[in-house]
Design a binder for this molecule. Structure first.
Ligand code: NAD
Ligand code: TYD
Length: 368
């Protein structure tokens, strides 16, 4: 039985990963370490109640003593580090929190893994372990929008520019700067100490359990309440959207078959501009609940995000060629599944949007 130490497993992608892995593999257990910040939610894991292969520990990845104790107690084979401050807008108002968790938290985890996994046979090796850092395409910076289709996708994918693993990192937001910095530390621990690491850099995810500060769940929630749909700037910024389960499958593939020390880009050639996404949500939510008052007149253009990256576009050729990974869920299907999930989990949404969320929304959007 292999043991995975998953950090941030009560957040959006982490909880999807924990649920996916325990369903997919009978012979693993997961120690799920999460500080339960505003973004962490044990409700995401409620179906695992009583499951002995899931051990939840509330702890902060910056807490060195707590991390060392976890390695000593559970002797994990693999670490998958999701824990992070993850929202660009919050990073603009509080960059220090991003440096602290995303950089120092990652360094603390790396140190704990290095100390726990070092073999005592004098070889300097670390055995069959793996430290996987879950990173983002945002570390590469931004791309130009070339000739594009109406939805924002490149008119000619054969000639468009994409982020590749060899693209130099050029982050712009405090969030992406902190993630790039963490990537460099992970790579440095591989190069300097021989720690068996991987970095995955994935494009924008969507799906169940995503906190409604991010574009897709925020728009679904606002549309259902007939609230304004705040689109930043001209709405033509492009993101490459991937259904979260496809991301989970990519991470699983890298841990089991990825080459040690390598970076893998994860994305689906599924680029869309924001206004296309919001119009699609309006159409699908309106249809799903049979409410014609949910229409495009709710769309409200608001002041742009500072330093707003124009386009993210991933070339996932390496993970496809080496590991046979390809995205399986088309956006048209994934977005309907996601909306259906939010409709079926209105209580989840009510719980996460009560209290502190109202203050956040007020601070971020009033008078924008
Ligand atoms: P999220 O904000 O939903 O979840 C983050 C989780 O980390 C929360 O459960 C939170 O409680 C926990 N956490 C925060 N600080 C912590 C700390 N100091 N110690 C322990 N736990 C802590 O984020 P997400 O969208 O699920 O993203 C997960 C990871 O994937 C992040 O590293 C992010 O950079 C990366 N990523 C996200 C996307 C995306 O589209 N959401 C895309 C690519 C990569
Ligand atoms: P977001 O979900 O915050 O992800 P990221 O910035 O990490 O890509 O935002 C996705 C895109 O949607 C981004 O271009 C900003 C835009 N956006 C809006 O236009 N309005 C909003 O209310 C939010 C949250 C995002």
């Amino acid at each position: 039985m292999k043991t995975y130490l998953v950090t941030g497993g009560a957040g959006f992608i982490g909880s999807n990963f924990v649920l996916y892995m325990l369903k997919e593999h009978d012979d693993i257990r997961i120690v799920n370490v999460d500080a339960l910040t505003y973004a962490g939610n044990l409700e995401n894991l409620s179906e695992l109640e009583g499951n002995e292969r899931h051990i939840f520990v509330q702890a902060d990845i910056r807490d060195r003593a707590a991390m060392e104790a976890l390695f000593a107690q559970y002797n994990p084979d693999y670490v998958v580090n999701f824990a992070a401050e993850s929202h660009v807008d919050r990073s603009i108002t509080d960059p220090g929190a991003f440096a602290s968790t995303n950089v120092m938290g990652t360094v603390t985890l790396l140190d704990s893994a290095r100390a726990a996994w070092a073999q005592d046979d004098g070889s300097g090796g670390f055995g069959e372990h793996r430290f996987l850092q879950v990173s983002t395409d945002e570390v590469y910076g931004t791309l130009e929008i070339g000739p594009s289709n109406a939805d924002g996708s490149p008119a000619d994918p054969a000639t468009a520019d994409f982020f590749r693993e060899t693209t130099p990192l050029s982050p712009h937001s405090p969030y992406s700067a902190s993630k790039a910095s963490a990537d460099f530390f992970v790579l440095a621990y591989g190069d300097t100490y021989g720690l068996p690491i991987n970095v995955t850099r994935c494009s924008n995810n969507y799906g169940p359990f995503q906190f409604p500060e991010k574009l897709i769940p925020l728009m679904i929630n606002n549309a259902l309440a007939h609230k304004a749909l705040p689109v930043y700037g001209d709405g033509l910024n492009v993101r490459d959207w991937l259904f979260v389960e496809d991301h989970c499958k990519a991470i699983d593939a890298v841990i089991s078959r990825g080459r040690v020390g390598e970076v893998y880009n994860v994305g689906g050639h599924n680029e869309r501009n924001n206004v296309f996404i919001v119009k699609k949500i309006v159409e699908e939510v309106s249809r799903a609940v049979g409410d014609e008052a949910i229409d495009e007149r709710l769309i409200t253009y608001v002041t742009d995000r500072a330093g707003h990256d124009r386009r993210y576009g991933i070339a996932p050729d390496k993970i496809r060629d080496e590991l046979g990974w390809e995205p399986e869920t088309r956006f048209e299907d994934g977005i309907v599944r996601t909306i259906e999930w939010y409709l079926a989990h209105s209580e989840w949404m009510e719980h996460v949007t009560s209290g502190a969320y109202q203050d956040y929304y007020e601070r971020m959007y009033s008078g924008r």
